[in-house]
Design a protein around this ligand. Structure first.
Ligand code: KG4
Ligand code: ZN
Length: 357
């Protein structure tokens, strides 16, 4: 990395409107306005409502970080970074339009950033780990479950992905079956922590073919639905909601850790692989899960790999991670910048590699 740039970053890919001022790895100011309550009664994020709310909030969060950083004006930053995708296209376009306008008016370049690269870069925000690429990474969020190799330039190579739901989506669906609030994961995990572990229930983690690092979560969701149905039909007390939540969480964590164990066997320091790595980052909204954090640390220790968890406050969507990722991405100015468009899915993964550009 060259001289750290001071960056104003904007993130609006889903239901968080966020802005941050970042210099290198240092987060100078940040603001995240969540819309979770707005979507609660619909049982999921409604794209059109999300876009409209981003429109109301984006200038507020940008003004807030400019003021709190003491920079005051966009002219004082080196570039404006913005999440380009993947995400809800209408929501992304609000952030992109705001970033273009701010950058154009101030005469500074624009840096489009992939949201997934942002999550990966959140591991660089851990002040103790001082993580530098290359490393291995597991990205577990509401939209993705990715096993990645991150090279020295922060180019991402896709090594494994989910065959069906993402880990966060599984948590969300499991939570809904248990009648818990959105976004599901934290509530399900809190309920699981209260479970009486005597007479514990177990769900089988999904076994995808042994040659692949891919994961699958839909079977665990079905197992929970069946258990709830059987409990209702039996007319007896059966396993408690907390016990079912614990079984569900354990099976999701076991599925992710099964893939990580295979990954470390293939790419850990003792694997003999040409691109063996001795560090592993765990990032994304689901990386906030305490059971997963503990399990990942245990597995990494077993393989002599240093585990680096994204700091809790930067696991979920935020703009600080976009600002840090932007340090690795080229800036754009002139017509290229003003024609920048959003994308719903990460296009470069089709070729197996996501190069920051
Ligand atoms: O990364 P993120 O904020 O958004 C996406 O880019 O998708 O991830 C949000 C997901 C939600 O599905 C939420 O339920 C899950 O992260 N999540 C958790 C926890 N905290 C957030 N899942 C399990 N345990 C948690 N403690
Ligand atoms: Zn995200």
């Amino acid at each position: 990395m060259t001289e750290p740039r001071t960056i104003l970053a904007i993130e609006s890919s889903c239901d968080e409107t966020a802005a941050a001022i970042v210099r290198g790895r240092e987060v100078i100011a940040e603001a995240v306005a969540t819309q979770a309550e707005l979507h609660e009664r619909f049982g999921g994020v409604v794209p059109e409502i999300a876009s409209r709310r981003h429109l109301e909030l984006v200038d507020i969060v940008v003004r807030d970080v400019l003021e709190r950083s003491g920079l005051e004006r966009v002219e004082a930053v080196d570039a404006v970074a913005v999440t380009r995708g993947p995400g809800l296209v209408g929501a992304l376009l609000v952030g992109i339009a705001a970033a273009k306008a701010r950058a154009w008016a101030a005469g500074v370049p624009l840096v489009p950033v992939d949201h997934l690269l942002g999550h990966v870069a959140s591991a660089l925000l851990d002040p103790e780990a001082q993580l530098e690429p290359p490393f291995l990474c597991v990205l577990v969020s509401g939209g993705h479950t990715l096993v990645l190799d991150v090279d020295e330039h922060m180019a991402l190579e896709l090594l494994g992905t989910t065959r069906d739901d993402a880990a966060g989506e599984a948590f969300y669906k499991g939570a809904r079956l248990l009648g818990l609030d959105m976004p599901g994961g934290p509530a399900l995990s809190a309920l699981a922590a209260t479970a009486d572990r005597r007479d514990a229930v177990e769900f089988t983690p999904a076994m995808v073919h042994h040659d692949t690092l891919d994961t699958s979560f839909s079977g665990i969701k079905t197992a929970l639905a069946v258990a709830l149905r059987e409990r209702a039909a039996s007319g007896t007390d059966g396993p408690s909601d907390a016990q079912l939540a614990a079984a569900f969480e354990d099976a999701v964590v076991a599925t992710i850790s099964g893939s990580v164990r295979k990954l470390l066997r293939q790419r850990g320091p003792s694997s003999g692989h040409a691109a063996a790595r001795d560090r592993m980052a765990i990032v994304g909204g689901v990386a906030a899960n305490a059971t997963l954090r503990t399990r990942m640390a245990e597995i990494c220790r077993e393989f002599d790999v240093e585990s680096v968890h994204a700091p809790l406050r930067w696991c979920g969507d935020n703009a600080a991670m976009i600002g840090v990722a932007a340090q690795f991405c080229p800036e754009q100015a002139g017509p290229d910048a003003w024609q920048l468009d959003a994308y719903a899915t990460t296009p470069l993964f089709r070729e197996g590699k996501l190069v920051p550009n």
